[in-house]
Design a protein around this ligand. Structure first.
Ligand code: NAP
Length: 290
């Protein structure tokens, strides 16, 4: 359910029984270059997290694999004891290897270990929302998620996880997950220039399930398009602001988790996502990634 919020653009959304601001924050960039920690600027990373909460953000997206285990510990150091309204979302299903790769780790024991490590590193008794990360670094891959998702559903029944979601998933896997246990979100790659999930977003909106695009600004290579640059110049705004504002307008079930390691960029993004986009501009932007 989407309701207005006074402080941040986009209002709020309810994930199961957890109300979050649609403008959230993705913590991956805090881990340092290559998402392998520790970060060069430890205090700067803490400052970004504290600024996110000060701005009123109540949704932080994270994973034990970031660092690995670095961003969870930064979140705890910066924000514990956590404000009641703050919800930290994590992902399990991949680990890091010595070359910085993201090999899958989806056997039942891997997932149990990952959930317990997240609880320990964050200093929590239960995780608000755990996404099962599927596929690989190139994107989703077909195949059943039954065994790993059933494992997470068991951990949920044991009270260690409040809500479940899937990430880097195909539409078939989203359907399969819902036959095993309710999901409250899908986190896949999507942005103005990468529109593979358009149908899935509309389908999830009809079911009141959130869609959380990762790489909303393009990730490691910023979203670029002539139309985006031209719209941004005409509106006297940055391409980042236009890309975020467009996502908030694209569908009410879209939650933003733009990543940054900079307090200044965080503030710019929080303000920029509220950029008004006239109807003719929306139509122009809608053609970019089609
Ligand atoms: N489920 C998955 O498999 C998966 C995969 C990737 C990411 N994620 C999640 O998605 C979140 C977002 O992804 P992301 O952080 O990789 O990509 P992103 O949000 O698309 O872009 C982040 C990049 O944009 C830059 N940036 C942000 N705001 C800016 C601004 N106002 N001006 C100029 N540059 C700006 C950041 O650099 P600065 O640090 O310099 O601001 C950073 O390099 C992550 O934090 C993570 O939680 C999930």
């Amino acid at each position: 359910m989407n309701t207005p919020s006074a402080s941040l653009p986009g209002g709020t959304w309810t994930l199961g029984d957890l109300t979050v601001t649609r403008f959230g924050y993705g913590a991956m960039q805090l881990a340092g270059p290559g998402v392998m920690g520790p970060p060069a600027d430890h205090d700067g990373a803490l400052a970004v997290l504290r600024e996110a909460v000060r701005l009123g953000i109540t949704h932080i997206d994270n994973a034990g694999a970031y660092g690995p285990r670095i961003t969870n510990r930064l979140i705890r150091e910066a924000l514990h004891p956590y404000p009641d309204a703050l919800h930290i979302v994590t992902k399990v299903g991949a680990v890091r290897d010595e070359r910085g790769g993201w090999p899958p780790a989806r056997r039942p024991d891997d997932l149990r270990r990952a959930v317990h490590e997240n609880l320990e590193d964050l200093g929590l008794d239960a995780l608000d929302l755990v996404n099962l990360r599927l596929g690989n670094a190139q994107g989703p891959l077909p195949g059943s998620l039954a065994e790993p998702f059933e494992t997470l559903a068991e951990l949920q029944q044991q009270g260690l996880i409040r809500h479940l979601g899937v990430s880097n998933a195909t539409a078939d896997q989203v359907d399969e997950a819902q036959r095993i246990a309710p999901i409250v979100c899908v986190q896949n790659m999507y942005n103005l220039a990468y529109r593979q999930d358009d149908d899935l977003i509309d389908d999830l909106a009809a079911k009141n399930i959130a869609y959380v695009p990762f790489f909303p600004l393009g990730g490691f290579s910023p979203v670029q398009s002539t139309e985006l640059s031209s719209v941004a110049a005409r509106l006297d705004a940055t391409p980042m602001s236009v890309a975020l504002a467009w996502l908030l307008r694209r569908s009410p079930n879209i939650l933003l988790i733009p990543g940054t390691s900079s307090v200044a960029h965080l503030r710019e993004n929080a303000a920029g996502a509220g950029l008004p986009l006239p109807e003719e501009v929306l139509a122009e932007l809608d053609r970019v990634g089609r």
